[in-house]
Design a protein around this ligand. Structure first.
Ligand SMILES: *Cc1c(COP(=O)(O)O)cnc(C)c1O
Length: 481
């Protein structure tokens, strides 16, 4: 499989980009995102064979199509090491933890796909845990090391740290705003004692952290000398690892390969639902991809009107589903590349405007007229909707869901069709969002085993000024150049 850029860059003949070439990179050299040259199409016989597979077998079948420059035996070992019952230990007593992403039926035709059984209780773990093992494999093979620099307001940072802890050749420097994360999130991150994990608590807000990461990344000499990398949401391996659970859920919810299902996906950076789009392009019978946003509705606006208008950071609202509080959707460019018939010059034109802080409008174009052919519909959900949905699901189905999952269920039900199973993706566990659960249900969320007293564990972090040089000095002190 060869990879191309959404903005048209192709390497010279003889040096095509393969999976391991783009694994550690961020943007492509022309500022675009990596995409497979074409999608593998699965035949009916492939689907029939996959129906009988467990999660690890399914992951190997699918990922070997995209990562075909890793010897199959090595890829199998990486996948088998990643998707064990050990890591996905929060499954219910009546579920097989080897299932990794169990499907829970709320009522006939309405399901919840449990994706939050990983170490940080959020769906990002599923891709990130694989990324940690892939990074370690490629770095070891090439005799290289990598220093991951990131900024987090809570979720992505802890997922990355739990994926990279103890990995050979990898150090993590994670900036977070001092005192701004919840006690649970702080405990999760700061209780890690692995020597390769560095938590830097910045005296400032999340934007200060992000600005420092940008400034360090723009210092190309420093970046090269200290081998600085990221694990951001545009990473292709993260997207591809997520294709697997759409297949897993499909087979769990259907009996025959002709049946269609719809998915509802709580969305922010468009990574999760992008994987659903790719699964559909590969031939999985997905009828609708229902995109749910919270009050930060830039994506809902696009799918309703054809106008994509990323917001200024200052316009982004803080909501009770904070992991969906985004002003622009970093993976959206991947879908638009397909939507405009893979015309890279068109993508370049559209993102020239976006990169300058502008917008684009596809309404009135044949592409937008054909958007239904891609299965997408959308909706938005507010704080009041979240509270009502958390209550409704708790009362009707005796199940406690988190605020992001509530956004997905609320919008999913608005687009539910008779006779088409609806699978709502669970993206986090309620234990992480105790305050809103308290507001909705008047009680505290249950915590999975092992998380009961994490606030009491010893914590390890370094307080640092919101100063680029201070962060560079810290990295330089901890990395042998
Ligand atoms: C990251 C995240 C999302 C959004 O996922 P995208 O892939 O960015 O669209 C939704 N819910 C939770 C809990 C998350 O952590």
């Amino acid at each position: 499989m060869e990879y191309i850029s959404t903005r048209g860059h192709v390497k010279d003949a003889g040096s095509a980009s393969r999976f391991t070439d783009i694994l550690l990179a961020g943007l492509m050299p022309d500022g675009g995102l990596a995409m497979p040259m074409d999608y593998p199409r699965l035949a009916a016989s492939d689907l029939a064979a996959m129906r009988r597979m467990n999660y690890r077998e399914l992951a190997l079948s699918l990922l070997s199509l995209f990562a075909d420059d890793i010897p199959l035996a090595d890829l199998k070992a990486i996948i088998d090491r990643t998707y064990t019952a050990d890591i996905y230990c929060n499954a219910r007593a009546d579920e097989d933890p080897q299932d990794i992403t169990p499907l829970r039926t709320l009522e006939p035709g309405l399901h919840l796909l449990a994706l939050s059984n990983g170490p940080t209780l959020a769906f990002k773990d599923i891709a990130m845990q694989l990324l940690g093992n892939l990074f370690e494999y490629v770095l070891t093979r090439n005799g290289q090391s990598l220093n991951i620099l990131g900024a987090t307001s809570g979720d992505t940072g802890s997922s990355a740290e739990y994926a990279m802890r103890g990995k050979r050749g990898i150090r993590v420097f994670m900036l977070s705003p001092l005192g701004k994360m919840s006690a649970f999130q702080t405990a999760q991150m700061f209780s890690l004692q692995d020597p390769n994990i560095h938590n830097l608590a910045v005296r400032g807000v999340f934007d200060d952290c992000q600005d420092i990461v940008k400034a360090v990344s723009n210092d190309h000499a420093f970046k090269a000398k200290y081998r600085i990398g990221t694990v951001n949401s545009i990473n292709w391996a993260r997207v591809s690892a997520q294709i697997v659970y759409y297949f897993k859920a499909y087979f769990a919810a259907t009996r025959h390969d002709g049946e269609a299902v719809s998915f509802s996906v709580p969305s922010g950076n468009f990574g999760n639902i992008c994987a659903g789009h790719i699964a559909r392009m590969m031939g999985l019978p997905i009828r609708r991809l229902i995109l749910a946003t919270n009050e930060n509705d830039v994506l809902d606006e696009f799918f309703r009107t054809g106008v994509y208008r990323p917001r200024a950071t200052a316009e982004t609202r803080q909501t009770s589903s904070p992991s969906m509080d985004i002003s622009k959707a970093s993976n959206f460019e991947r879908f638009v590349f397909d939507l405009v018939g893979r015309d890279a010059s068109k993508v370049r034109e559209l993102w020239t405007s976006v990169d300058r802080g502008g917008a684009f409008d596809l309404s009135g174009t044949p592409w937008f007229a054909g958007i239904a052919d891609h299965g997408f519909v959308s909706g938005r959900s507010t704080h009041a909707d979240r509270l009502a949905t958390i209550r409704r699901v708790f009362e009707r189905h005796e199940l406690m869901i988190d605020t992001h999952t509530a956004d997905g269920i609320k919008v999913g039900l608005e687009h539910r069709e008779a006779g088409v199973p609806l699978i709502c993706l669970e993206t986090a566990l309620p234990a992480k969002f105790a305050e809103t659960i308290g507001e909705a249900l008047g009680r505290a969320p249950l915590r999975p085993p092992g998380f009961e007293n994490i606030e009491d564990l010893p914590q390890r972090s370094v307080v640092i000024e919101p100063d680029v040089q201070a962060v560079k000095d810290f990295i330089a002190r901890h990395v042998a150049a």
